[in-house]
Ligand binder design. Sequence first.
Ligand code: SAM
Length: 281
Amino acid sequence: MNDSIQTDPAALWVVATPIGNLGDMSPRALDVLQQVKVVAAEDTRTSRRLFAERPAPEMISLHEHNESAQLDRLIERLSAGDSVALISDAGTPLVSDPGYRLVAAAHGAGIPVRTVPGPCAAIAALSVAGLPSDRFHFEGFLPARAGQRRTRLDNLADMDVTLIFYAPARDLPEILGDMSAAFGEDRLATLARELTKWHETVRRARLAELAGWVGSDPDQQRGEAVVVVAGNAAPGGPVRPRALLRELARELPPSRAAKVLARLTGMSRREAWALVEQNDS
Ligand code: SAM
C-alpha cells in the first residue's frame, strides 16, 4: 500500500465496500481493513465475507440502533491510539447508512478522519442513468406510509435537478405509481436494479411506462433498486392537483374541497373525489 496506515497516528478510516460484486473490493480497502485494529461494521457476520480466507480483524457492531451507545467505546479506542475502520453492509458508509455520529465525534475529538472511496449505489445508478448529472439531489429512501410518501414527492416535483431515490424493489410498483402521479407520467426516469449483480437491470423510460413494466413483471420487484428521475424542465408550471388539494383540505370539508378542486382543474367531480379519498388514506 502506498499510503501505509501503520505510520499514521490513529485515524478513523471510512471505507467503501462492494454493493454486490465482491470483485469491486479495492486492494486499498482490503489493505486498510487488514491493518486497522478494529473494524466497526453494521452486521459483523455479513462483513466477514470480505476477508474470505484471510484472518478477520476485531469487529465491533455499529448499526442504526446502537450507534450512540457504541460511540464512546470507539472514540476511547481511537484516543488510545488504535486505528478504526468504519464499513457498512454495502457501499459507502453514511450514504443512507449509519456512521454520521461517529465521524462527527471523531472530528470533535481531534482524530483524523480518512477516506477509502469506492462503490455507492446512488452514484453508480446516476452514471448509467443517461439523465443530466451535473446537478443532482439525493433523496434516499421515501417514507413507507403512502400519505407521507406522496407529500414528499409532491414537494420534490418542482426541483429542476436530477433526483435519486433508494428503494427495495418490492416497493417499486407503488413508488413508481406515486412518482408518475406527482411528477407526471411523461417524466423520464431510469430504474437501476441489482447493480453489479447477476440480474443487473438498467432501464430508462417515461415514468408511466416504467410503472407499467415493473407492475407486470414480478422479477423486476426483486432485490434492491435506485430510481433516478429527471428534474422538472419547467418548474413553477401549472399547479398540480394533489398539491392544490392538500391546501384546500386544510381549509374546507372534504366534499367542498372536491368541488373546488374539480372547478379549478377541470377534472370531473368523481376524479376529484377519488383524489380526496386518497389524500385521507
Ligand atoms: N451505503 C449504500 C450505498 O453506498 O449505496 C446504500 C445503503 S442503503 C441501506 C441500501 C439501498 O441502496 C438499497 O435499498 C438500494 O436502494 C440501494 N442499493 C444498494 N445496493 C444496490 C444495488 N446493488 N443495486 C441497486 N441498488 C442498490
